[in-house]
Design a protein around this ligand. Structure first.
Ligand code: F6R
Length: 223
């Protein structure tokens, strides 16, 4: 695994184009999607690809807060509708929820598995909400968010007290099962953790480091 540095614009263009090509050449594509600041540019590019038919594509989002209504403007369902789902028609989109989190890995498996997974990285090395200490073979579950993550995510809320403290997260097992992974880190504050994840020891302390064991993971960094 190596880190490819490029402008955010170029990284988003490349990933969105690769997704489009996959959807054009393969029927029934399954995408794994992230929320947060990192993938917004990718979703902007995809949203403009009106000539591509995404009608046979299904998506599984990585995570969702516990105890936040899906219509709340900080829910990940709201985020995805705003940035992608209101612009493109996918066949189906799924989030881990109270009703389905227990079956989420099976739903992914039964759909054929994730073809392309987009990932951001937390400043503590989390991927999805697999916080430090997460098992390499963890399944989709409810987790306690770390103080670090709550603090990082408080930028989207009026008060830090409003940030949910629990989330449903896809486990590392389903993420590692994806055929292709794009890990993207944007901003100088992510550089150090990205380097540790890519070049350091493979350890539960930095869940993103497990990606070193993935056969087809591309890592992008933009300042
Ligand atoms: C979001 C997710 C998280 C974020 C990470 C980086 O669905 O799974 O792991 O990718 O916290 O967040 P941003 O992109 O906001 O810096």
């Amino acid at each position: 695994m190596r880190i490819r540095s490029n402008t955010y614009e170029k990284v988003c263009h490349l990933i969105a184009s690769n997704i489009r090509d996959k959807v054009k050449h393969q029927s029934h594509v399954v995408l794994g999607l992230a929320t947060g600041s990192t993938p917004i540019g990718i979703y902007e590019k995809l949203s403009k690809m009106k000539n591509t038919n995404f009608g046979d594509t299904i998506t599984f989002n990585l995570d969702e807060y516990v105890g936040i209504d899906k219509h709340h403007d900080q829910s990940y369902q709201y985020f995805m509708n705003k940035h992608l789902f209101s612009n493109l028609n996918f066949r189906k989109h799924y989030f881990p929820t109270e009703e389905n989190w227990n079956e989420y890995d099976l739903m992914i498996k039964n759909s054929g598995g994730i073809d392309i997974q987009i990932l951001g990285i937390g400043t503590n090395g989390h991927i999805a909400f697999n916080e430090p200490g997460s098992n390499r073979y963890s399944s989709t579950r409810i987790v306690d968010l770390t103080e670090n993550t709550i603090k990082d995510n408080s930028r989207f809320f009026d008060n830090i007290e409003d940030v949910p403290t629990k989330a449903y997260t896809m486990g590392l097992s389903s993420i590692m099962g994806a055929e292709k992974i794009y890990l993207v880190a944007v901003g100088k504050h992510k550089k150090e953790i990205l380097e540790e994840a890519v070049h350091g020891n493979i350890t539960e302390d930095i869940p993103a480091s497990f990606l070193q064991e993935h056969p087809n993971c591309e890592v992008y960094y933009s300042e």
